[in-house]
Design a protein around this ligand. Structure first.
Ligand code: KQY
Length: 365
């Protein structure tokens, strides 16, 4: 059922990621112009992510008809496999953002999706199958759906569940998303569709992030009043001024409840993460799709983790800072197990764990 009203007016708001979840949605990678070797290495990692989450809560994996059997064979019994068309595998951005009523009922927000910029810097065309995913999931789950009349991806926002939304100017004010909307109009849309009161704007996202600076690679809430920020102490790193600007803005901000924010600086991997010549050679070059070259710095960030029931699913990059990120997050999430999964193959496709997952909060039903 498609609704013409607004979540906020109907009493719905997006819960924080740490709220209890009914399941996590993912999509199976296969497009050969984005994933090396026709997606084989990425599929192994997506299966690891899904099977790890499924130790704690159900997972639904959407898969093309062509890949159904392979996916089913790689996934554990806790992962439901659902046949569905997509253009790629970024469930955070193509799936619904679920909103919940204080009484527990859950509904879906179906953002307009244009492949991170449409024909003005977007990453592939067409994207119509991706744009249809949120409505299909809402149908499968029998939840009412709000179609949002503006472009947004789930990775471009984070909420604290207490009225605050974090986002970036680089993405939401980018002319390739909603060129006809002002900053104030976009803020009002966020208030209306996420049920928040306060929008906190950071500037740029992580260097070389092909999403135009999604916040979910730069900064996220760990709990109300506490955020993790991608950080480097090296002033010669071009990421340094970006993280410093975000740090200074965060220091000056107050959340919807009037709190100053505690900022946890989560270091980046110590060494640059790049594809090798051999790995890059496995990606099919297709005009109009994002080129994938060897020895190009990728936007590696430990902030791109998922909070799920009982666990944190954290990317690892075969880097000395993997252990540091793990221990820092273990300190922040004493009630959750830190499950580190291989993040390099996901990063080779342009994102990480948070970008390939979408949590569905538990309903009171
Ligand atoms: O990071 C994301 N949320 C999506 C990345 C998209 C990359 C497409 N190649």
């Amino acid at each position: 059922m498609s609704l013409n009203s607004l979540p906020r007016l109907d009493g719905y708001a997006m819960p924080a990621e740490w709220a209890p979840q009914a399941q996590v949605w993912m999509a199976w990678p296969e497009r050969p112009d984005n994933w090396r070797d026709s997606g084989g290495p990425a599929q192994q990692v997506f299966a690891t992510v899904a099977n790890t989450i499924a130790e704690n809560e159900p997972v639904s994996m959407v898969v093309s008809a062509r890949e159904y059997s392979r996916a089913r064979a790689a996934l554990s019994a806790g992962v439901r496999v659902v046949e569905m068309s997509t253009n790629d595998a970024w469930m955070r951005d193509i799936g619904p953002t679920f909103v919940a009523h204080t009484k527990g009922d859950v509904r879906a927000v179906d953002w307009t999706f244009n492949a991170w910029g449409g024909f003005n810097g977007g990453l592939y065309a067409p994207w119509d199958a991706d744009d249809a995913v949120a409505a299909k999931i809402a149908g499968i789950e029998r939840v009412a759906r709000y179609r949002a009349p503006f472009v947004l991806e789930g990775g471009a926002i984070h909420v604290d569940g207490e009225g605050t939304c974090l986002t970036t100017e680089e993405c939401l004010l980018n002319p390739n998303r909603n060129p006809d909307l002002s900053r104030e109009q976009i803020e009002q849309h966020l208030r209306d569709y996420l049920g928040v009161d306060t929008v906190l704007w950071l500037g740029r996202g992580v260097l070389d992030d092909e999403t135009d600076g999604h916040v979910d690679n730069l900064c996220c809430f760990l709990r109300p009043g506490v955020v993790a920020l991608t950080w480097t102490d090296d002033p010669s790193d071009p990421q340094y001024p970006i993280s410093l600007d975000a740090f200074q803005r965060l220091q000056a901000m107050r959340d919807a409840r009037g709190r100053a924010l505690e900022i946890i600086k989560l270091p980046m991997p110590r060494t640059l993460v790049m594809m090798s010549e051999r790995e890059a050679a496995g990606v099919l070059a297709v005009p109009g799709s994002q080129p994938r070259g060897a020895n190009v710095r990728l936007a590696a960030s430990y902030v791109n983790f998922l909070i799920c029931n009982g666990a944190i699913i954290l990317p690892a990059f075969d880097d000395p800072n993997d252990a540091l990120a793990r221990s820092m997050l273990a300190e922040q999430f004493p009630g959750r197990e830190i499950r580190q999964v291989p993040g390099r193959e996901i990063l080779y496709g342009g994102g990480n764990v948070h970008c390939i997952t979408q949590q569905q909060p538990s309903s009171g039903r």
